[in-house]
Design a protein around this ligand. Structure first.
Ligand SMILES: [Zn+2]
Length: 130
């Protein structure tokens, strides 16, 4: 899971994934030297979806995971809400699957008053802010 980072670092993360995919294809071709172009293409297509999912993960999560410098205000008491953790959910896109995450906040005064990003009501993982 990628946390907010600079464009240069997001690009580096993407390049690393692309390189890994290419190396896997090289290894596969070494082991299947008689493969036809169609078979090579089929192998590349399998890995393309994985790469695209990771690409979008870096692009989206790496840009913004919803963590705010200033804590959001509670709608109930107008108090400062506290960062609680990240919730994760998977997006099944046309070209790949991307695990996305968003920060969520809890009000220490109002029991149960939470600020969930849209789509985040399930599968909450409590992990400390890095
Ligand atoms: Zn409150």
């Amino acid at each position: 899971m990628s946390r907010p980072q600079s464009r240069t670092r997001r690009k580096a993360a993407f390049m690393k994934e692309a390189e890994r995919m290419y190396e896997q294809l090289e290894d596969w071709y070494d082991q299947n030297p008689e493969a036809s172009f169609g078979e090579i293409e089929a192998e590349a297509r399998k890995r393309r979806r994985e790469l695209m999912g990771k690409t979008l993960e870096h692009l989206v999560n790496g840009r913004d995971s919803g963590v705010q410098v200033e804590a959001p205000r509670c709608a109930g008491c107008d108090g400062e809400m506290e960062f609680e953790g990240y919730c994760e959910w998977g997006i099944h896109g046309l070209e790949g699957d991307s695990p996305l995450e968003r920060a969520y906040y809890v009000c220490p005064n109002c029991k149960g008053q939470t600020l969930f990003p849209p789509g985040c009501e399930t599968e909450i993982t409590r992990r400390p802010l890095e």
